[in-house]
Design a protein around this ligand. Sequence first.
Ligand code: 4AD
Ligand code: MG
Length: 432
Amino acid sequence: MTKFQQIQEAMDQGSGKVAVRGWIYRERGSSKLKFVVLRDSTNIIQCVIDKSVVGEDKFQIIKKAQIETSMTIFGEIKKEERAPSGYEIHVKDFEVIGTCDTFPIGRDQSPEFLLDNRHLWLRSRRMTAILKIRSTYVQAREEFFKTKGFWRFDAPILQPNQCEGGSTLFEVKYYKAKTFLSQSWQLYAEAGVFALEKIYNMGPTFRAEKSKTSRHLSEFWMAEAEAAWYDLHDITELAKEELKFCLKKVLEERKPELEILERDIKKLEVAAKKKWPTIKYREALKVLKDKANMDVPFGKDLRTIEEEKIMEHFDTPVVVTHYPKEVMAFYKPRDPEVSDEALCFDMLAPEGYGEIVGGSQRDTDIKAIEKCLKDEGEDPANYKFYFDLRKYGSVPHSGYGVGVERVVAWMCGIDNIKDAIPFPRTMIRWSP
Ligand code: 4AD
Ligand code: MG
């Protein structure tokens, strides 16, 4: 049996006999010579097919082969400066594995067309680069939590309650009853920390977002962490450490992909080197007033436009803490020292990427939580399990959730998070 190499391995070998397989990325030719640029998941390589070497019959086959035909190639590899990736294979023989109709995707197609054909567009160098960066980021995160002594803990996707507000819940028919798709892992993580103390996960998360923006998906992946005995300061430091670790890994391992995406790598390097500041919401309002002449009254959540204005003054992610308690989710506790502020935080990314993380210390005061739930129109009776956690040996604990696609979008420097996930779902798109 032939032992095939990946294209990058063949290039690393640099000379001599090679056997590679992949898909035709580009092709051109004359009646005697055909140039095929072959791609696989690792790289692209130019292959030269000469009629006098492969024979008339085979040459007729390759002459007709279109872009995205899958094939094997056997030949000799050589350095060739004029070839797109610096090497060239002089083909001795080849086999077509899967023939190809005219590929529907050509140059300059609209974003909507590319989304309709996402199952085919995934093969583009752009999508392949983004997906590799996403994979490296997620793998780095696993490594981070392992070295920090965190356990992986999985929560149900079908959940009877809201965590982040009833208006974005997806309802699901459940036998003769109804339930909802998970808006967050958090409420179950709060049970998990009483057994495992320090836990993390990453899972599909659902929000019926009714606005069309470049930062909201209906199905996205949230990467969450929760820890017993952690207060607001501990948890914000953990979030910074996690994301910085992942950013450094991506910079170490995915430079070629960042280059394919034409990412300004220097900006990421600055963020990886510098200390990431923490400021209070009230200080953020002051930045808005002094530097952007924007009057935002205390008591409003920050909108995209305000986040952007604040972040114009930073070149690293920034943690903003102590948002107004009145507009925060029911589980975020009041600061005992400043009663209109909550012990919570968001992390904002630079270059206009905005909120990438949301987290908080968790309220342990049953009465306070009950009141907030009632104010949100919820029946506290539905949260019995959550109150039990406050009844049986409660401890201070904190956690956060990272929007995976938002982090990937920032790292890749892309302008819409739809490209940070293989098959995006939004209010107006749920296929293919
Ligand atoms: O700020 P959020 O709503 O926080 C929570 O859900 C907490 N329960 C998490 C926790 O403490 N364990 O969501 C967390 C992050 C946001 O900062 C954002 O990055 C991302 O999830 N996110 C979305 N990403 C894409 N599309 C959406 N519709 C998103 N909604 C939130
Ligand atoms: Mg949030």
